[in-house]
Ligand binder design. Structure first.
Ligand code: FAD
Length: 498
C-alpha cells in the first residue's frame, strides 16, 4: 500500500498544478481545451484515460487522494452474517477502498473472472423487470477480451460451467499453483474446478498506477492533476455540465473545464459526488430526478461453507496447498431464482483438510444505499458517505441452499467428518450498483452509453452502473465498460467533433 507524507503530498499537488501552467493563487481555473476530464485514477479511470490518449484525445485525469481520514469514525467489524436477523450491518467504508494514484488497484487481490451470460439475461430473477441491463454478454464479449489484455489476465482452460469465451486467455497461468490434487479429488464427482483468472504484471498483481498511468503521461496528450478532490459537478441552466469544482488540502479551490466529464470515483464516492452537486437545475443532485442515485448498493458476501477432514492415509501428487474455484452450482442456484455463487475449494495435504468457501450474489434492493451522512463530514467539511446495508431474506435463502450444496459435496466425496459454516463471513469490498445503467430515466441513472440521463456531457464508469452484481468480482466488467465508453467518446469527440 502506498503511503505518502502530508509534505510529500502537498509537493505533488503543487507540482501537478504548476505543470498545467497555473499560478499558486488561492482560486485557480484549469481551462485548457481538454476533450475529456476523467475523475479517479483507479482501474475504471486509468484504463479509460490511457485508451483515449492512445486514440488521439486530449485528456485531463484528476485524482484527489490520498486524503486524511475521510470518514471520521471508528472502523466497524468487517463481518457479515447471513443467518443474522439484524436489519442493518455496520459497514467499514474507510477500509473498503483506496483513495490515491491507482485507486483500489493498490490493495486489491487481482482475481478477475467474467460474469456469466445469464447475469445479463432477462430470465435472471435478480434483474429488476423495469430496469434490465441495456447490454448483453454477447455485446460485451469483445470488451471482456480487451479488458483481459489491458489487465494482463492469466487463466487456464475453462470448464463447461465457466463463463464462455470466444478466445483463450491472453496469458496462460502455467504450472505454478498446480491444482492436480483438487482436480483428481473433485473431478470424478463432476465437480469441475479451475484456477481463478488472475492479473499479473512483472510478478505482481496489476496496479494501474504502474501499468496505465506511465503510458498515459508519455503519450503527450494526457495531463495528470494529482491531489485535486472534486467536490461538486457544476451545471448551468441547461443540460450541459459546465465544470468541476476541485479543492486541495492547502485550501485552494479550482474550476476544471473540459468538453466532456467522466466520473470514475468508485461505487461509493461517485454517488456521493452526484448527491453533493445540487443546483437550481438539479435540486436533488445530478441524475437524481427519480431519487435513485446511491440506491441498489451491492456487495459480495464471502462465506465459509464448510470444512472436511479427509482420511490421513490419502496420497497426494502435490504436497503443496491448492486452491481452485468452481462454477458448477451457479446455474442450479439461478434456476431456483436465488443469488448466484462461485465456490472456492482449498486443500491442505499436510492437514488432510478440505475447505469450501463461496462468494454470494446480493439481490439489488432500493433500501441498500449510499447517502450523504448527517453526522460525519470529510476533511473539506462536506457530508461523508454513509452506506446503509442489510441482508434480506433473498440472501438468507441463497445461503441456506449454498450450505445444502456444501453438505451434498462432502457427502458425495464420501467424507465422514465435516462441519458446515454458521453464515458468518467477510465482505469482498466490491461496491456496485449505486448509479445503475438502463434505457429508462425513471428507473436508471445512466444510459446504455453511461451518460447521466438529463445531461449532455457527463458520464459515469466503474461498477456503479452495474444492474446486478454477479459473483466473480467487478473489476473485469468495469474495465470492459470503460473500454466500451472509450469507443463512444472517440466517436463523439474525435469523429463527430462534439
Ligand atoms: C482488499 C480488496 C481486494 C479486492 N479484490 C478484488 C478482486 O480480487 N477482484 C475484483 O474484481 N475486485 C477486487 N476488489 C475491488 C476492486 O479493487 C475495485 O472493483 C476496483 O478498484 C474499482 O475500480 P474503480 O476505478 O472503479 O475505483 P477505485 O479503484 O476505487 O478508484 C477510484 C479513484 O477515484 C478517486 N476519487 C474518488 N472520488 C474522487 C473525487 N471526488 N475527486 C477526485 N478523485 C476521487 C479515488 O481517490 C480513487 O483513486 C478489491 C477491493 C479491495 C478493497
Amino acid at each position: 500500500m502506498i503511503k505518502q507524507t502530508r509534505r510529500g503530498f502537498l509537493k505533488t499537488v503543487l507540482g501537478s498544478i504548476a505543470s498545467l501552467g497555473l499560478t499558486s493563487c488561492k482560486s485557480v481555473s484549469v481551462s485548457e481545451s481538454f476533450d475529456v476530464c476523467v475523475v479517479g485514477s483507479g482501474p475504471a479511470g486509468a484504463v479509460l484515460a490511457a485508451e483515449l490518449v492512445r486514440r488521439g484525445a486530449r485528456i485531463l485525469l484528476v485524482e484527489g487522494g490520498p486524503l486524511p481520514a475521510v470518514y471520521q469514525r471508528s472502523p466497524s467489524k468487517d463481518v457479515c452474517n447471513l443467518e443474522s436477523i439484524s436489519e442493518s450491518i455496520p459497514y467499514p467504508v474507510e477500509e473498503a477502498h483506496f483513495l490515491g494514484d491507482g485507486g483500489t488497484s493498490n490493495i486489491w487481490s487481482g482475481d478477475v473472472p467474467r460474469l456469466q451470460p445469464f447475469d445479463f439475461d432477462r430470465r435472471n430473477s435478480y434483474i429488476p423487470s423495469d430496469a434490465p441491463w441495456p447490454v448483453t454478454y454477447e455485446e460485451l464479449e469483445q470488451y471482456f477480451q480487451k479488458a483481459e489484455q489491458e489487465l494482463f489476465v492469466h487463466g487456464e482452460e475453462s470448464t463447461s460451467y465457466s463463463p464462455p469465451r470466444a478466445k483463450s486467455f491472453p496469458y496462460s497461468l502455467g504450472s505454478e499453483g498446480n491444482t492436480i490434487n483438487l482436480k483428481r479429488l473433485l473431478g470424478g464427482h463432476g465437480y469441475l474446478v479451475e484456477r481463478v483468472p488472475h492479473t499479473l504484471w512483472e510478478g505482481s498483481v496489476v496496479n494501474v498506477n504502474k501499468t496505465h498511468v506511465p503510458p498515459f503521461l508519455s503519450s503527450g496528450k494526457g495531463h495528470f492533476l494529482r491531489g485535486a478532490w472534486i467536490t461538486r459537478v457544476l451545471s448551468g441552466s441547461g443540460r450541459r455540465i459546465t465544470g468541476l469544482e476541485a479543492r486541495t488540502l492547502d485550501h485552494r479551490t479550482m474550476t476544471i473545464r473540459a468538453r466532456h466529464y467522466v466520473l470514475a470515483c468508485g461505487g461509493i464516492e461517485t454517488p456521493r459526488l452526484l448527491l453533493l452537486s445540487r443546483s437550481a437545475e438539479f435540486p436533488h443532485g445530478i441524475g437524481n430526478g427519480s431519487d435513485l442515485v446511491g440506491r441498489y448498493f451491492m456487495e459480495g458476501p464471502l462465506v465459509r461453507v464448510g470444512t472436511a477432514k479427509l482420511p490421513a492415509s490419502r496420497k497426494y501428487a502435490n504436497p503443496k496447498d491448492e486452491k481452485a474455484v468452481s462454477w458448477r452450482f451457479y446455474r442450479e442456484l439461478k434456476e431456483r431464482r436465488l443469488g448466484g455463487a462461485i465456490f472456492e475449494f482449498s486443500l491442505s495435504p499436510a492437514e488432510s483438510k478440505l475447505t469450501l468457501g463461496a462468494v454470494l450474489e446480493m439481490k439489488p434492493s432500493a433500501s441498500n444505499r449510499v447517502v450523504l451522512s448527517e453526522k460525519y463530514k470529510d476533511c473539506f467539511g462536506l457530508p461523508a458517505a454513509d452506506v446503509i446495508l442489510a441482508m434480506s431474506e433473498n440472501e438468507r435463502k441463497t445461503w441456506r441452499h449454498v450450505k445444502e450444496i456444501g453438505r451434498r459435496v462432502f457427502t458425495d466425496l464420501g467424507v465422514k467428518s465435516f462441519e458446515l459454516g454458521s453464515g458468518e463471513g467477510e465482505w469482498c469490498d466490491h461496491h456496485m450498483g449505486t448509479c445503475r445503467m438502463g434505457d429508462d430515466p425513471k428507473t436508471s441513472i445512466v444510459d446504455r452509453n453511461l451518460k447521466v440521463h438529463g445531461t449532455e456531457n457527463l458520464y459515469v464508469t466503474g461498477s456503479a452502473p452495474f444492474v446486478t452484481a454477479g459473483v466473480g468480482g467487478p473489476t473485469l466488467l468495469l474495465t470492459a465498460l470503460s473500454l466500451r465508453l472509450s469507443d463512444h467518446l472517440v466517436e463523439k469527440v474525435l469523429r463527430r467533433g462534439y
